[in-house]
Design a protein around this ligand. Structure first.
Ligand SMILES: *Cc1c(COP(=O)(O)O)cnc(C)c1O
Length: 234
């Protein structure tokens, strides 16, 4: 099942790339494995997936030692400062940095552990009250403040777009984020890259790719519906 789903997702990604003349190599697929048991991750791994996304620190640290060492882990959920120490040095990319305080903690902890940590700044493009992230207006200033911290490196921007029924609805939000990343890139800030644009989920990843995503985060489309009431923690 997972293998067939993956094939479908990969074909849709390719088709989206073809529609906008992008090289499919430019777009990375992150399999969002939150709430999923070990066997599901294993199956995705067998099918070639190496990038996994998790949104809870506890679940992430439980899963890391049980999977092969060449897995790249992505922290995509809200991160509390007191939990930073558990994931620094163990994840490839933290997608969800939305405050200077959090960035300072990541910087401090990375220094302590003698590692360098790549991060994305999470932007609340639609200004939804229920969502984490900086506002479009505050993003540049946050990026500038993070840029001067040691051991932490901004690699781009991330957003969680609103939940919608149709994938067209979020196109403008993806455009805003892409434009913002281009604007920030033009400022040539030391220690800041805008190479990564993490946007698009099961409901809208083809649209996100058409609008410039370099990284899509797909859970349901690969693993099926999540069940929050039984089984693993969410
Ligand atoms: C759960 C989650 C996803 C994946 O959502 P699906 O709709 O299942 O593809 C992507 N990004 C974040 C931040 C998530 O929490």
């Amino acid at each position: 099942m997972i293998q067939e789903n993956l094939k479908t997702v990969q074909e849709k990604m390719k088709a989206a790339c073809a529609r906008c003349a992008r090289d499919p190599q430019e777009v990375m697929l992150i399999a969002v494995s939150k709430t999923r048991p070990q066997e599901d991750l294993q199956e995705a791994y067998q099918a070639g997936i190496r990038d996994f996304g998790e949104n809870k620190v506890q679940e992430l640290v439980d899963k890391i030692p049980r999977m092969p060492e060449d897995v790249r882990w992505h922290m995509i959920g809200h991160l509390q400062r007191n939990k930073v120490k558990y994931i620094v040095g163990r994840v490839a990319l933290i997608h969800s940095v939305d405050s200077l305080h959090l960035a300072q903690e990541i910087s401090k902890e990375s220094g302590k552990q003698h590692v360098e940590t790549d991060i994305l700044v999470q932007v609340n493009v639609a200004g939804e009250e229920s969502k984490f992230g900086t506002s479009l207006e505050e993003t540049l200033s946050l990026v500038q403040q993070i840029a001067i911290l040691p051991h932490i490196h901004v690699q781009g921007l991330m957003t969680v777009a609103p939940y919608t029924e149709t994938e067209e609805e979020n196109r403008n939000y993806f455009r805003f984020l892409r434009q913002l990343s281009v604007d920030i890139a033009h400022k040539n800030i030391d220690n800041v890259n805008m190479n990564v644009l993490s946007m698009g989920m099961t409901g809208d990843y083809p649209t996100a790719i058409e609008e410039g995503a370099t990284c899509v985060r797909v859970g349901t489309g690969i693993f099926g519906q999540r069940n929050y009431t039984t089984g693993q923690a969410h």
